[in-house]
Design a protein around this ligand. Structure first.
Ligand SMILES: [Zn+2]
Ligand SMILES: [Zn+2]
Length: 351
């Protein structure tokens, strides 16, 4: 078992101590941080790139406490968020088009060497300092705790829906996998006025998908009859599953010209029978988070349609238990750490 990451963070925070606020920087007091599955992969070094000590967390929500002299977008007291990246080259073609997420020089929010040579530290912490370009504003109606997961889970599903035209009223959207990403995809699909069908291997999630999340239909992927009935009915599928599953039957759910967009990351290469794509002109694509302009647009749209994540708010003390539960997919649907109310108390108790 690893040490309580929150308390490691607190120690680091004290050691790093004073920071200098750059002219373009926003200093943020962190109030909430969502726990993304990539935090778990990272702290366990499952991607073999861990830089310890590590402060994970890229679903950060808080309040501005200070701004650099060039900052125009934010002021002290603003409710803001930081997602999966905190810097990029800011001058390449991708950056100029608003796709900082595609920049070869992207600096993820934690576990990365930043342009100044320091390691980036994420949101399981009391504060963070970020260039204003990589800070977004929370609309007033979005609570910071339920809004925090939108900064990774939300943009991850919103961006492919926008760029692959899977945001048109009346279209039929499949959401494969009902976890942190999937449940937000259902909500955005409904916000766009689409028919939404959840495809899941867990029949136990049916009632919740239909009644609480507002999905229109539910298909159990292991049930051959149900799969057959749903064949060739969907315009697109957002595939949030991070496991190696049989792709051909799932591609069979798409109409001709349908698109499946992968946002999950299965560990091993997958087998794609070409016939499943070629026969009726289907597209298989991938998508990774989204640019800063789209992230703000996603939050504004979420506010308009009342889209937020379903969360379980936890104390700092509970982080390790939450990680164990997350490993077993035992959360509906995102843990969010209440940093504002519990970090100082936990640190004081540990001393
Ligand atoms: Zn994430
Ligand atoms: Zn760039």
């Amino acid at each position: 078992m690893w040490a309580n990451p929150m308390l490691v963070c607190y120690e680091l925070y004290k050691v790093v101590g004073g920071w200098s606020t750059g002219d373009d920087d926003v200093v943020i007091k962190i109030l909430y941080c969502g726990i993304c599955h990539s935090d778990l992969h990272s702290i366990k070094n499952e991607w073999k790139n861990a830089k310890y000590p590590m402060i994970p967390g890229h679903e950060i929500a808080g309040e501005v406490t200070e701004v650099g002299k060039n900052v125009t977008k934010f002021k002290t007291g603003d409710r803001v968020g930081v997602g999966c990246m905190v810097n990029s080259c800011q001058s390449c073609e991708s950056c100029n088009k608003g796709f900082e997420n595609h920049c070869p020089g992207i600096i993820p929010t934690y576990n990365t060497v930043d342009l100044d040579g320091t390691i980036t530290y994420g949101g399981y912490s009391g504060m963070v300092v970020v260039h204003e370009r990589f800070v977004v504003r929370f609309p007033d109606t979005i609570p910071l705790d339920k809004g925090a997961p939108l900064l990774c889970a939300g943009i991850t599903v919103y961006s492919p829906m926008k760029y692959h035209g899977l945001n048109v009223p009346g279209m039929h959207l499949g959401v494969l996998g009902l976890g942190g990403l999937g449940h937000v995809a259902v909500k955005f699909g409904k916000a766009f006025g689409m028919k939404v069908t959840v495809i899941s291997s867990s029949p136990g999630k049916k009632q919740e998908a239909l009644e609480r999340l507002g999905a229109d239909a539910f298909v159990v992927s292991k049930d051959a009859e149900e799969m057959k009935a749903a064949m060739s009915t969907m315009d697109g599928i957002i595939n949030t599953v991070s496991a190696n599953i049989a792709m051909a039957p799932l591609l069979g759910l798409l109409k001709p010209n349908g698109k499946m967009i992968m946002v999950g990351l299965p560990e091993k290469p997958m087998e794609i029978p070409p016939f499943a794509l070629v026969a009726t002109n289907k597209t298989l694509a991938g998508s990774c988070i989204g640019g800063m302009r789209d992230t703000q647009e996603m939050l504004d749209l979420a506010a308009k349609h009342d889209v937020t994540a379903d969360i379980e708010v936890i104390d700092v003390e509970y982080v390790n238990t939450a990680m164990e539960r997350l490993a077993k997919a035992d959360v509906r649907y995102r843990f969010v750490i209440d940093i504002g109310n519990t970090l100082d108390k936990a640190a004081a108790a540990a001393e």
